[in-house]
Structure formats: C-alpha cells, structure tokens
Design a protein. Structure first.
Ligand SMILES: Nc1nc2c(ncn2[C@@H]2O[C@H](COP(=O)(O)OP(=O)(O)O)[C@@H](O)[C@H]2O)c(=O)[nH]1
Ligand SMILES: [Mg+2]
Lengths: 360, 600
C-alpha cells in the first residue's frame, strides 16, 4: 500500500494560522494507516511556493511524528515560475524535496496573458536555472495546448524549447472549457474560439508523437517521461491507491471512501479552530464505482488495466462490456496478457470508451 | 347470512369522472378502511396507478353496510379502469356483477367511454344506476347532462342521482339505490359449482390465485378445484373475500365474490373467463365466459441484457395472469437478438406493460415501433397474418394486403366537429354519420385504419378540442389498402427492427422524416453512420451521422477523480437503453422514432 500528502496554502499573512490549523488537522487524523507504506509526498495546489521552508519543516515534523516517512522516494513541490528564490529552492532541497513541478503552461507571452498568468518567459528560465543550481534533477514542466489563438507551429516550437532544457518529465494537457468559467462565457459569446484539431492529426496525437520521437515516452494520456522518471505520486492516483490529504480543498482516499476538505481557506481555518472536521464531502465507493475508476483511469495509462487483479462478479460484467466495446471501437482496444489497453487510435476516444466499458 | 343481503356491483365511467373518488367515499361510509389508513383513490394500489392518476386494474373489495332497514348488507364493489385500452378489464368485471353505477361528470357530460361502458353493462343485463358526479363544480351543467344520459340509456329524470364524490353529496342516495335497485344474486348453493374466473394474481408462496364470482354451488377448503379449460385439478387450501387485503373465510357461496388458493403453480392453467368447478359437485357445462379481446397493436420487447431473456419470459407469464389481453410469442430479431413479439390492446396498454415489467420484475427493456396486424393474401392463394414488418413477404409474392379498420366514435362539443373531421380525413378515415346527444354534444362516427390511430391520433384529438373530445373504437374488419414496407438501412444493411409498414401515398414523406429523426437520435459514433430509407429496394432518402469528435484530455488529479467518474457514470446511465445493431449503438428512442415524426 502507498500513500501521499497534499497541501494547499494561499495568502502569505494567513500562514501562521494556517500552520496551526494543518498541524492540528494532521494530529487529529484518526485514519488507520498501520499497513500503509507511504512513499510519496506532494505539496501542491494554489501557490504552495508561498510557504517558506520553515513552514514546510513544521508540517514535516508533525507528519514524521504521526507517520513513518522512512520510505519516501519521491517528494514533490509545485511552483509557479518566478515565485521562489534560489535560496528558497536550496532550502526545499535541504528538506528532502527531490522533485519540482513548474507550471510553465506556455512559452508565448500573448498566450500567457490570455491565461491570466503573471509570469514572464524570463521567469520560466530563471526558475528552471535556480532549480538546477539548487540540485533538482527531477524537474517536470506543466504545459497547455488547445489554447485560443494557439497554433500547432507555436506548440511545436514550445515543445522544442522545453526539450532543450532536458527535463525529466513533461505534462501536457488540453485546455478545457468548463461551464461556469469566464472562458466558457467568452467562447459561448463567440468572442474567442478554441482551436480545432490541426490538419491531418490531433493535438494529442501530434504531442504524443513529437515527444516520443524526442525521448519522452507517454505512460499516461498527458504524461511523458524520460526513462524511469514516471511520477510515482500521480501513478498512485491513477491506480486508485489510497492517499492521505490535508489542507483546504485536499482530497483523500482510503481505498473505499473518498473525502474532500472545504475549499475556502477561511472556512478551513474556522472549522479547525472550532474543533470541527474540515471534511465537507465523503463518498463510500461500491464495488462498481471502484471498478469504474480503475477502468476509466487505467485505460488512460500505457500499463492499462490488469484484468488479473479484478475479481468476480465485476470481471464478468467488464468482459461483457468489453466484447461490445470491441465491436463499437474497432482497432481501439488492445488486450494482451490479460491487460486491457487502448491503441494509439483508441487513446483519442478514451473518455467515450471508458463509458462503454464501465459497469452500470 | 341471508343471500338477499348481498349486492355485487361495479362503477363505470369515462376516465377522470370520479370512480376512484366515489369508491373512497363508499369505503369511508362503510368504515371498510379506518380513517388513519385512508388516502385518496385508495383502490389504485399499484404505484403506477397512483403516479399516473389512472386505474389500470379492476379492484374488487367487500364492504359491510348497515342499511336503514336495520339489515346488514355485504356489498362487493369492483372499481374499473376507464381508458379505451382497458375496456377488456371492464367487461370482465361486469360479468361478475348484477348492477353498475354509471358515473358522469357534471361538467364534461357523456364521453366516449361513458357510452361504450354503458353498452357493456346493458349487454351483460346489469341494472344501471345513473349518477351525475361533481355537481359541486361551478361549471356543472346538470340539465344538459341529464338529457345526455336519458338519451344514452333511456332512463327517466328521477332515476338520476346528483352527487359529489369529492364533497360527499348524494352518497346516501347511492347506497339506497344499490340496495333497492340492484337485485340480489340468485341463491343456488346446492347446484353444481360454477365460478367465473375474472382475474388472478401470482403469489410466490401460494401460487396462482384466481379471483372468482361464484354463480352456483359453493367452494370450500378441502374441495378439489377443476377447470373448464384443462384437466388438471388442485386441492383448495383456502378461500376468502377481499377487504382491501385478502381475508380468509370458511366458504364462498353462490353470489359471492372472492379468491381461491390451491398451490396452482402452472400459470398457463388459469385463464380469466374460464369456469372453476369442483370434483365434489362438478358442473357439466361451463359459464358463458366472455369474448376474448384480440390484441391489435404489436411490438417487440427485448431485454437490453441478453441474459435476462428467461426472466422476461417468466415476467410476461406472471403479468398475463392479471392481464389476459396481453399476448406474447418468442421472436428473434437480427438486430436485437431474442425477445418477444407482444400484442396489446392499444398504446397505453403497451406503455403500461413495459413499465410494469421493468418495475415489478426489475428488467431493462427496449421496445420496437408498434404496428397493427395485417392480413396478407399471397399470389399462391394462401392468407397469412403479419404482425411484424420483418415478416412481410417479398413484394413479388403479395397479391394484396389488408389492414384492420375500426369503427370509431368521437364525442365532442359541436364547435370542434370541423377540425375533428379534418383530422379523420387526413388519417384516411371514412365518414359514417353524426348523432346528437343534446343540442351541444355530437357523436361522430368514422371508419378509420387502426394503423393510423394507434400513434398520435388520440393526442391530436385532445389538443384540437382542448381536451373536450373523447374517442372509443372497436375492430370492424380487414380491408384492402395500398400498403408498402419501408426499410431503414444502416451502413447499407436493412435493420429489421426499424422497418415500418405504411400507406403508399405516405411512404416518401415518412422515409425522409424517419431518416432525419434517426439522424437526431443516433449519437455520434467512432465512424460516420449512413442512414437510408428504401422502398422496394430503391433508396428514397439518405443522411449521415457525423463521426464522434476526439476526446480532450484535461488535467486529472485527486479531486478530479470523483467528478470524472460521476460524469462517466452519468453518461453510462444515459446509454442504458442502447442496443448494438452491428457495430452501431442505437438508443431506445431511435427504435421508436416513427412515433416522433410529425405529420405536418
Ligand atoms: N370537484 C370535484 N372533483 C372530483 C369529484 N370527484 C372526483 N373529482 C376529481 O376528479 C379527478 C378524477 O377522479 P378519479 O376518482 O381519479 O377518477 P377516475 O379516473 O374515474 O377514477 C380527481 O382529481 C378527483 O379529485 C367531485 O365530486 N367534485
Ligand atoms: Mg380511477
């Protein structure tokens, strides 16, 4: 069994209060984790690099008191370009943080502006250089495609420049127009438009091919890695393994139950102060939900879904759906060695295929 | 108990005129239901009945009534459904009674099922007690409605009771009329036993339970039941009456209404209309029974999950026990696999059956486009009945096709006659005549092809008359028509479940409309889907469903997992009623697309 941690912080002036709160949340946690082997830690969400190393140290101390952290292999922090000084990055490294994930998004100034990101191209290079100097070998870049106004040529140019920095890992996501966002309104009003797929290919196929050709193998639909540098933490998520989570908006999972903390910092602080639980949502998963998650997220990975690990009666149900889906999605589904996977073509329809494989 | 103290009666009326509400008042007045158990339309016990606000099944119930003559009477009431599809239920109930309360809404007046039910009662030699209900309404037109009723059943003014089931007005008059006007059943307990089976249910522990009206002789625990329809016999282990629930009694005697238990496991053995007798006192001749209603509307029922086929068969058998008009035979469709071709009395009946199968037996089903039964005369001189378009012989083998015609009766206020006639004309109707019940209310007769009216005719009629027109129809004969089979091809392959039979003049319009409706209803798939309509192997319409766009992959971390799974599971639900046809997934709505085509 595995486990990881997740924290979120916001404004600087609330840091002391926040530290108190998260410390008491950790101390109050009653989850039975005796059999867990905790091997990854992740500090992410919001702007975690606003937390200085002292604060992180406080959190680590209390974690150490409550959990066995001797098996940690991957300890990641998410940072935005321009937010952390070399000094701070050195301190992070000193605390044992060994992986850094930089939210680059794009190397085109006008696209960054459209995305309302405050960092400059210069910030990106500066933060990257500082991370290297501070001793981080395991660097990830987060990139976005499918941005209004973005061309495939720009995207290719960005990938080229990113590859020249020799990161361990690249995450490339499509920008999604979600209901209720400003972008959705803009698209709805016809003020901006989402670029369609480029001629003769798709953003995803292009990205996958380009990165593979340059030594970054895809192991998940939006994750590309140099040999042996897969993000263990994210693999835990996608393999539906348990995860502890602390802080506002944190999401945890114990193998059967998922829960979510309140997302507003103020509400989080208030609840902890009043001795209440910060959890605002919990969900008990039934065997179908668990299978559906395993399948839906499993087929997004190159390792696929290991059918040998699925029990009856779910397995029979899944196999029935599989038979049907193979007909509907010719050339998309691959089954070998009792592993269910998607072909290159299938990956393009991963969500639709997931729905058809799912048990109802 | 003296037999003269027994009364068996039904309440008959057009839908919504207040049968179930009146039944509530009678149950209350006789304290059959304690006030704490009382709720509105209490006899409508099926969930489906309560949700839809209609009575689907006949419900028998016994009441004890203390009359002003200081006698205690046993009243057996059978509440009946009012929709045209369920007139079979009505006729079965009436055969078990000596009298009927004919309820007419004071504002609506006589409507189509008022007429057809009144005639059923007259045919069964029942005493009719005419009642005008809802006299509390400001819109009540009592004098006009009285005139309509007198015209209909030939009674006199004084015989008509004014009532409000809602406000409890006229209830005492109704009790008096039940006691004074409805004859007590004949007593002949010593005669050979003859009991009419008018309904039955299935109980997992006690087997099939027939509902009977005993006409002659007696039924008791320990006797051996025999049936007119087959040779099996069963030991009777219990008899009883209906007092909301089944209540055990010592015996059922002539005139009684009740149920019989005898570990009857074979559901095919009990058929409503059959006569139950006993080995102890066997009757040489069965009771007349009643005319079997022949289903006229057919559709295929298929389990979404092929493994549910056997379960569907058992469910249909059980349902048939108390829905004798339902017919089914196994059918195989190239597109849909194994299922049943089912015969129904009408579209509402079909909907109700599907819904009951799903709810009461936990099945998920798809239904195919309903159609009527055709008589096909072949070149070689033989005649076959075709109840599914897929079975239609090849064009070259057919001499002529006959379709069922019904004689339809539409009752409506004068103002709407013009538009009603237009509608009937459009549906290939043949005008017969018009009568008047009163200066304001007309009764229009048409001969109409059943195939034209099973779909949206009733809805159209209701909307053009603002709900004031009502319809009743009965099968008349088969007559020759210029009919064609319209095939729907998907990827060049005809899909049997989508074929329809329609009039030649209508085929082109329908072909085009069907193609564009299917285009709307079939979701995008991985590849482009070509839909074509063909008449005698010639393509008359073609359209395509564009291929599915690729999915977009968003960032997906801890918090997104639940959200994403829920979205997937929601989409999965939406696809529940999908059937694979070849490599294409077709939703239930697409199979019924023809019902959604607009005529105009
Ligand atoms: N105003 C009024 N409404 C009534 C009366 N009797 C029944 N109703 C209403 O008419 C509707 C149909 O009644 P219901 O008993 O279900 O009719 P059924 O279809 O004949 O069984 C319901 O909304 C009743 O509340 C009455 O005497 N007066
Ligand atoms: Mg009713």
């Amino acid at each position: 069994m595995y486990c990881d941690f997740y924290t979120i912080t916001y404004e600087k002036n609330s840091i002391p209060q926040f530290l108190n709160a998260i410390v008491s949340e950790i101390e109050r946690c009653e989850l039975d984790t005796l059999n867990w082997i905790i091997d990854t830690l992740f500090i992410g969400g919001g702007t975690p690099s606003l937390l200085d190393s002292k604060s992180i140290e406080v959190i680590l101390k209390v974690l150490q008191k409550n959990y066995d952290l001797s098996n940690i292999q991957e300890f990641t922090i998410e940072i935005n370009p321009g937010e952390s000084s070399l000094h701070q990055l050195r301190n992070f490294r000193g605390l044992g943080i060994n992986r850094i994930s930089i939210g680059v998004q794009s190397l085109e100034p006008e696209l960054l502006k459209f995305l309302t990101r405050n960092h400059s191209i210069d910030d990106i290079y500066k933060t990257y250089n500082h991370a290297r100097i501070a001793g981080f070998d395991n660097i990830n870049f987060d990139l976005l495609y499918n941005i209004p106004g973005q061309t495939i040529e720009q995207w290719k140019r960005n990938l080229e420049r990113i590859i020249m920095l020799d990161p361990a890992h690249i995450s490339a996501y499509a920008l999604i127009v979600e209901k209720g966002t400003e972008l959705h309104q803009l698209v709805h009003d016809g003020k901006v438009s989402i670029p369609g797929d480029p001629d003769g290919t798709t953003w995803l196929s292009f990205t996958t091919k380009y990165l593979s050709d340059h030594g970054f193998s895809p192991y998940e639909i939006s994750s590309f890695t140099q040999p042996g540098q897969e993000c263990r933490h994210n693999l835990h998520y996608w393999r539906m393994e348990p995860c502890l989570a602390f802080g506002p908006s944190a999401h945890g999972f114990d193998g059967h139950r998922r829960w979510k903390n309140v997302s507003s910092m103020q509400d989080y602080l208030d609840k902890i102060k009043n001795g209440e639980s910060p959890v605002v949502f919990t969900e008990e998963l039934n065997y179908k939900n668990i299978l559906n998650e395993k399948v839906g997220f499993g087929i997004r990975m190159t390792e696929g879904v290991d059918l040998k690990k699925i029990q009856q009666p779910e397995l029979s149900m899944l196999k029935l759906n599989l038979e049907k889906s193979e007909k509907m999605w010719p050339g998309c589904i691959v089954k070998n060695n009792e592993h269910l996977k998607l072909s290159e073509k299938g990956i393009l329809f991963a969500d639709s295929i997931a729905v058809d494989l799912m048990i109802g | 108990m003296k037999k003269s103290c027994l009364r068996n009666f039904s309440i008959i009326a057009h839908i919504d005129h207040g049968k179930s509400t009146l039944a509530d008042r009678l149950l209350e007045a006789t304290k059959t239901v304690s006030s704490k158990d009382m709720r509105n339309q209490i006899l409508d016990s099926m969930d489906l009945e309560r949700e839809r606000g209609i009575t689907i099944k006949s419900h028998p119930i016994q009441m004890q009534y203390n009359h002003s003559d200081e006698q205690s009477y046993i009243l057996n009431l059978i509440d009946t459904p009012g929709h045209v599809d369920f007139s079979y239920e009505v006729s079965r109930s009436l055969a078990a009674c000596e009298g009927a309360l004919l309820l007419v809404d004071a504002a609506q007046g006589v409507e189509a099922q008022t007429v057809s039910n009144a005639f059923l009662a007259i045919d069964n030699d029942l005493v009719i007690i005419p009642i005008i209900n809802k006299v509390d309404l400001a819109s009540a037109r009592i004098d006009d409605v009285k005139m309509q009723i007198m015209e209909l059943i030939g009674c006199i003014d004084d015989e008509i009771i004014l009532a409000s089931a809602k406000d409890g007005i006229g209830i005492q008059d109704i009790f008096n009329a039940i006691i004074d006007r409805i004859p007590a059943p004949n007593i002949n307990d010593d005669a050979p036993t003859r009991a009419l089976i008018f309904d039955s249910t299935y109980d997992n522990y006690r087997g099939v339970i027939p509902y009977v009206r005993v006409f002659d002789g007696t039924l008791k625990k320990g006797m051996t039941a025999q049936f007119s329809a087959h040779d099996e016999s069963y030991e009777i282990t219990e008899v009883g009456h209906f007092v909301l629930k089944q209540v055990q009694t010592n015996e059922l005697r002539s005139g009684d209404v009740g149920y019989v238990v005898g570990s009857i496991r074979d559901m095919g053995h009990i058929e409503p209309g059959a006569t139950l007798t006993t080995k102890e006192n066997p009757a040489p001749e069965p009771l007349p029974g009643y005319k079997k209603m022949k289903p006229m509307v057919f559709s295929g029922l298929y389990p979404v999950d092929a493994d549910d086929y056997d379960q569907l068969r058992v469910a249909l058998e059980k349902l048939k026990l108390n829905d004798a008009s339902l017919e089914f035979t196994p059918e195989t469709s190239e597109a849909l696999g194994f299922g049943f071709r089912c015969g129904f009395l009408g579209l509402l009946h079909m909907e109700i059956v599907q819904e009951r199968l799903e709810r009461e037996f936990n099945l998920i089903l798809v239904t195919t486009t309903p159609n009527v039964v055709y008589q096909v005369h072949l070149r070689d001189g033989s005649i076959i009945e075709v109840d599914t378009p897929a079975q239609m012989p090849l064009f070259g083998e057919i001499d002529e096709i006959l379709e069922p015609m019904v004689s339809a009766e539409i009752i409506a206020p004068n103002d709407y006659i013009g538009s009603i006639m237009k509608l009937c004309q459009k549906k290939r109707g043949k005008y017969k005549n018009t009568n008047y019940f009163s200066p304001e209310k007309a009764q229009i007769h048409y001969d109409l092809p059943l195939g034209e009216i099973i779909f949206d005719f009733y809805d159209k009629l209701k909307s053009l008359s603002r709900g004031y027109a009502s319809l009743d129809y009965e099968f008349k004969k088969f007559s020759i028509a210029n009919l064609k089979k319209l095939d729907i091809l998907i990827h060049g392959e005809p899909v049997d479940a989508l074929s329809i039979i329609c009039h030649a003049d209508d085929a082109y319009r329908r072909g085009v409309a069907l193609c564009s409706k299917l285009k709307e209803l079939i979701p995008r798939q991985m590849f482009e889907v070509v839909i074509q309509a063909a008449l005698n192997n010639r393509i008359i319409a073609r359209t395509t469903v564009k291929a599915l766009r690729k999915n977009v992959t968003a960032k997906c971390y801890g918090g997104d997992i639940t959200r994403k799974r829920k979205l997937w599971e929601k989409q999965k639900k939406g696809k529940k009623r999908m059937k694979m046809i070849g490599k294409i997934e077709i939703p239930q709505e697409a199979l019924l697309a023809v019902l959604q085509i607009d005529d105009d």
